[in-house]
Design a protein around this ligand. Structure first.
Ligand code: F6R
Length: 614
């Protein structure tokens, strides 16, 4: 998390920096800052809160910064120290000549700070980053060479970093380097850029260098030189970025989240195109690079993911086990990486990630790769760090998801699991052909059914208003929709800040039932199929404890109106496909509750879209 940008050239430095930071707001948005060298002085401007506060500040100070030709900027997601102006980046050294922006975590910052303080460094913030400013400054005083100072300083750093550094005495120059945090260098004509991610620079250039771990780049307006950690100059690969500059627009929707929910039918169509023509044709998934024999002989799949992607993985487990008869283990990446696991070269490991950058999932994938497993990555960012680790890569092509709460990327990830499972089942011959045909047919008609649901949002809106004052929510489900309960609860928590829990309905009586009373809404996800009657019984148990009863169902049984206070109907779908349908009203429920409560829907507090710290 955190986004960094650097610019050296003739354009208005602050405009380029803040424009870049706007495109990186998904990486954090609790404070921001820039440093420029203007009038032979290093000038630093910072603001707490949203980026707009920094833009307003810079508009006031435009006369002070207009001669700048070099600058660095940062947008923060706080790790060390609360989000305030002091802890916001850039950070500087004692004489204020040097400025640094950083994404990542310096794990040994306490020891370094203690040592530097003894040697006279004066710290102002609680951040780990300020250590880097003082350490590089110390090395610079010894060497009088900024690149060498950065090289020597980074040798003492433990942890992850992407860094951009400027110094008043080193004219029109940025030193940029990284280890286990993303950083790319954009190449222009008479100008050059550094940034955490492509959107920050794509408006200016399509040519870029992805720095490797420990490489150091020296940027001036007319040159970019890259060195390895032993100071050898190297010839880095220049890549053409497969991106078009796009203006992200809400297209008339009040929030990006609402727009992205409405894009879901097209995301499904897009995913299916080229992969599934008709219910009679076979699934085409050339992205899977394992040969047929290896696929037939697969005896275990391990999926690693976090948050919403983890919920997609749980649905994936149900689908693959149902159609392919292969055991699938799903684990939160953050748990998987700190225990002894038995994943080896006989296991297919699937990493699922919208951003392709989530640090825990990236580490899990790297660990499994080192143990010889074939790595399949399902991601919305085929240019990401995780994608670069992949042996097989399924891009989900959901388009840029701006809202921090994942919606369309979730259904796209589910689509990847459906197609993977169908593909595997067809190779293995593990599922009845007519059954597979029915599932394929259901997938092909699903976009229209979701569109139909999206034309009837009033009932969900009304439900949201009725329940928006609740302090707690329980979502219950069974079978394949257990993950839908988890995801529905997560959506509600993250954007409305209402405490919500997803439970397997059968577990309710093993403890949580004690919480039920007339204040607590219990939302039962009751999609028709194998577990429908079972969950109906669990709902009865909640009713007997006076809970406020909401049903989400594709059943047309009128008797449900007697049992439930509120029934949210969705078009009927096959049980195996039902998570795709059931999640949509839950996304909308969370959206309307948050909107009704006046929350910042697209940028909820304390969150970031890309979680690059473990
Ligand atoms: C919730 C949400 C997060 C992410 C999680 C993993 O709406 O977006 O829970 O799903 O941080 O991120 P990715 O998928 O980028 O690995």
């Amino acid at each position: 998390m955190c986004g960094i940008v650097g610019y050296v050239g003739d354009k208005s430095v602050c405009e380029v920096l803040t424009g870049g930071l706007s495109a990186l707001e998904y990486r954090g948005y609790d404070s921001s800052g820039v440093a420029v060298i203007a009038d032979n002085e290093t000038k630093i401007y910072k603001a707490e809160g949203k980026l707009q506060n920094l833009k307003d500040l810079l508009a006031e100070k435009q006369n002070e910064v207009k001669t700048a030709r070099v600058g660095i900027g940062h947008i923060r997601w706080a790790t060390h120290g609360i989000p305030n102006e002091i802890n916001a980046h850039p950070h500087t050294n004692n004489d204020g000549k040097l400025a640094v922006v950083h994404n990542g975590i310096i794990e040994n910052y306490k020891e370094l700070r203690a040592k530097l303080e003894q040697q006279g460094a004066i710290f102002h913030s609680e951040t780990d980053t300020e250590t880097v400013a003082h350490l590089v400054s110390q090395k610079y005083n010894e060497t009088h060479d900024l690149k060498e100072a950065v090289r020597l300083a980074t040798k003492e750093l433990e942890g992850a970093y992407a860094l951009c550094i400027i110094h008043k005495d080193v004219k029109d120059t940025i030193i940029a380097t990284r280890r286990n945090a993303p950083l790319l260098i954009g190449l222009g004509e008479g100008e050059n850029f550094a940034a955490s991610d492509v959107p920050a620079i794509i408006e200016h250039t399509k040519r870029a260098i992805y720095l490797d771990d420990n490489e150091i780049a020296v940027l001036t307006p007319n040159s970019v030189d890259v060195y390895d950690s032993d100071n050898n100059k190297i010839n880095p690969k220049v890549e053409l970025l497969p991106w078009e500059p796009i203006t992200l627009s809400k297209m008339g929707y009040k929030h990006f989240m609402l727009k992205e929910i409405h894009e879901q039918p097209d995301v499904i169509r897009n995913f299916l195109s080229g992969k599934l023509h008709t219910a009679d044709s076979k699934a085409i998934l050339n992205e899977v690079k394992l040969d047929k024999e290896s696929l037939k002989n697969l005896n275990r799949i391990q999926v690693v993911a976090c948050g919403t992607s983890l919920h997609a993985a749980i649905v994936g487990k149900y689908i693959i086990e149902e159609l392919c008869n292969i055991p699938v283990d799903v684990e939160a990446s953050s748990e998987y990486i700190y225990r002894t696991t038995v994943t080896d070269e006989h296991t297919l490991v699937i990493g699922v990630s919208q951003s392709g950058e989530t640090a825990d999932t990236l580490t899990a994938v790297k660990q499994s790769k080192a143990r010889g497993s074939h790595i399949l990555i399902i991601t919305n960012r085929p240019d990401s760090a995780m994608a670069r680790e992949a042996d097989s890569l399924i891009p989900v092509d959901a388009g840029i998801e701006v809202s921090v709460a994942a919606t369309k990327s979730y259904v796209a990830q589910l689509m990847a699991f459906y197609m993977l499972a169908i593909h595997l089942a067809e190779i293995k011959g593990s599922a009845d052909e007519n059954y597979l045909k029915e599932i394929k047919n259901e997938l092909l008609v699903l976009p229209q059914k979701i569109e139909l649901l999206l034309t009837k949002k009033e009932k969900i809106q009304k439900c949201s208003r009725m329940y928006s004052s609740s302090k707690n929510f329980i979502f219950i489900a069974r079978g394949i929709n257990f993950a839908t309960a988890l995801e529905g609860a997560l959506k509600l928590k993250e954007i409305s800040y209402i405490n919500a829990t997803g439970y397997p309905a059968g577990e309710l009586k093993h403890g949580p039932i004690a919480m039920l009373d007339e204040t607590l809404p219990v939302l039962s996800i009751m999609m028709t199929g194998k577990v429908y009657e079972k969950i109906l019984s669990n709902a009865q148990e909640s009713k007997a404890r006076n809970a406020r009863m909401i049903a989400l169902t594709d059943s047309t049984d009128e008797k449900l109106e007697d049992l439930f206070d509120y029934v949210l109907n969705v078009p009927h779908v096959h049980e195996l496909i039902s998570p795709m349908m059931a999640i949509v009203p839950l996304q909308l429920l969370a959206y309307y509750i948050a909107e009704f409560l006046g929350k910042d829907v697209d940028q909820p507090r304390n969150l970031a879209k890309s979680v690059t710290v473990e």
